[in-house]
Design a protein around this ligand. Structure first.
Ligand SMILES: *[C@@H]1O[C@H](CO)[C@@H](O)[C@H](O)[C@H]1NC(C)=O
Ligand SMILES: *[C@@H]1O[C@H](CO)[C@@H](O)[C@H](O)[C@H]1NC(C)=O
Ligand SMILES: *[C@@H]1O[C@H](CO)[C@@H](O)[C@H](O)[C@H]1NC(C)=O
Ligand SMILES: *[C@@H]1O[C@H](CO)[C@@H](O)[C@H](O)[C@H]1NC(C)=O
Length: 488
């Protein structure tokens, strides 16, 4: 009696323990490296570990990132950029070389735990027109063959991260989901191939973009705890666009005979700057809701088992193109330097942990000189010049620095240029309109950054070049810029 009671108790503990463990099996995120001043890879790996990330997705086989991930306990999805799809599609040997150099090498020499190869990045995006339609599937097949040849195919799976615009619903409801008609057959062939090779489908879902694209989009529907009226689909009430979008894909898969096809969410997140709906408050609300779902192991109405979710993104990238919008440089949970933007409740009651051991440039900023006048005829062109070389997206409408006055505005632009140029001599001399100060000019939400020290600030060549450009060619550049700006 007592014995069986104890056994029962132990069993209950085990079951209960598993229930707890379920929530903390680890988090996944994207690590993009398009930054003028990237964090050292070993600092990023520590940042990942400190915050409970045990899976990471890279957009290309970045050697620094991969080496730092070696023997870290973090599983890796390594991406192949779209511009490599054509060569990999046309040559099995190119695929063999790619796998040799970018997978086998890191697995055997550095102990990197590579689990997936992501072939292309959103190659069927409508805005790419048909640019990668012919090459994606052949490249996928060649990479799979190369993984088999390298003896890695059991452990390393292929996938293709796709944008959510590869499917749609004519009825506007998740149950009406199917693949876009122009790529329907291609999608089916590709999914069959992935399925045959025990590989998942990867999809990127962006509630932020849904909100951003449509001024009439019900805002609360973008978040997980909103109070908007649900969208009712048969017997299912949908209260957020994330579930509705994901289930549209699940319907599309079910309709085409792939109801058990595994799905990974390759990117999902919320930016914090560069747009009126991109701010820390919204990002915190969205990401906390998302994390809570992940911790609870919550699925969607049509797919009860939760997918792996790669947050987008770990850190900001100031070198990304702003073609999709100014918010594109601000998707990080952390700033570019691993500093915390907003708090999140992580697993087991923990909070976010910032990056450790970051080396910064000197604590000094470039600002508009108190002696300079805002009516100075050179001021506008100096700001344009500074902003054409650096990230001034925080100055735009509805952004974190949009409330600065004209002087602070100029200071922000000058400082971004000065920091991006590694505080080098001559990089704070805008026609005598600027000075270096030790007083932090940051204002409220507007952060006057100091860049990471890349060890470049003492080298003369680029600084003297910057000086020369400013004094001799600046007039010409300004004229060109005015023409370019005028064209917009
Ligand atoms: C390995 O990946 C890098 C980064 O994407 C790329 O530049 C390089 O060409 C790849 N190696 C081969 C042999 O394709
Ligand atoms: C939604 O969740 C966020 C983050 O947990 C919280 O700050 C916010 O107050 C919640 N909003 C509503 C409407 O419950
Ligand atoms: C600040 O600079 C931005 C970008 O150059 C510009 O759009 C805005 O109008 C400026 N604001 C002020 C107050 O000068
Ligand atoms: C900047 O000021 C210095 C000293 O007053 C002067 O010699 C120089 O010509 C000025 N440069 C410009 C570009 O106005």
């Amino acid at each position: 009696m007592t014995n069986s009671y104890i056994l029962c108790f132990i069993l209950l503990c085990l079951i209960g323990g598993q229930g707890l463990v379920k929530g903390v099996k680890g988090l996944a995120c994207n690590w993009g490296t398009q930054s003028t001043h990237p964090l050292q890879p070993n600092i990023v790996v520590q940042l990942l570990k400190d915050n409970g990330f045990n899976k990471v997705k890279l957009f290309e086989a970045d050697p620094g990132a991969l080496k730092a991930l070696g023997r870290s306990g973090i599983q890796v999805m390594v991406g192949i950029p779209n511009d490599l799809l054509a060569p990999l599609a046309s040559s099995p040997q190119a695929a063999i070389n790619w796998v040799q150099q970018n997978v086998s090498n890191y697995v055997s020499k550095y102990g990197v735990d590579i689990r997936y190869v992501a072939v292309g990045n959103e190659p069927f995006l409508k805005t790419y027109k048909d640019m990668y339609l012919q090459t994606t599937f052949p490249a996928l097949k060649n990479i799979q063959a190369a993984l088999i040849k390298a003896g890695l195919a059991k452990k390393v799976k292929v996938t293709v991260p796709l944008n959510a615009d590869v499917y749609q619903s004519d009825s506007g409801l998740p149950s009406g989901g199917n693949f876009r008609s122009d790529i329907h057959d291609l999608m089916i062939s590709m999914i069959k191939f992935l399925s045959d090779n025990d590989s998942p489908l990867t999809i990127n879902i962006y509630p932020f973009l849904s909100l951003n694209a449509d001024p009439n989009f019900p805002k609360d529907f973008a978040f997980f705890n909103g109070t908007a009226a649900p969208v009712v689909d048969g017997s299912i009430p949908y209260t957020n666009v994330f579930e509705a979008n994901f289930d549209t894909l699940i319907s599309a898969l079910e309709k085409n005979g792939f109801s058990t096809m595994p799905v990974i969410i390759g990117e999902v997140g919320w930016p914090t700057d560069g747009d009126p709906s991109a701010n820390a408050q919204y990002a915190q609300r969205f990401n906390q809701g998302l994390l809570d779902r992940i911790f609870q192991g919550q699925g969607t109405p049509r797919r009860k088992t939760p997918p792996d979710v790669y947050l987008f993104s770990l850190i900001d990238e100031d070198d990304k193109s702003t073609l999709p919008g100014n918010f594109e440089k601000h998707w990080g949970i952390f700033y570019f330097d691993g500093a915390i933007k907003y708090q999140l409740n992580m697993a087991n009651g923990k909070s976010l942990v910032p990056a450790k051991g970051v080396r910064y440039l000197a604590k000094q900023w470039c600002v508009m000189s108190p002696d300079a006048s805002i009516t100075d005829p050179n001021l506008a062109s100096s700001i344009s010049y500074a902003c054409s070389y650096t990230d001034c997206t925080s100055l735009g409408y509805g952004s974190s620095c949009s409330r600065l006055d004209a002087r602070q505005n100029a200071s922000y632009a000058f400082n971004m240029y000065y920091q991006t140029m590694d505080q080098r001599k001559g990089s704070c001399s805008f026609n005598n309109l600027s000075v270096v100060t030790n007083l932090n000019p940051s204002q409220g939400t507007c952060r006057f950054e100091i860049m990471i020290d890349l060890g470049k600030h003492e080298t003369a060549p680029r600084s003297s070049l910057a000086g020369k450009i400013q004094t001799s060619t600046m007039g010409l550049i300004v004229v060109l810029l005015l023409i370019i700006y005028g064209a917009f």
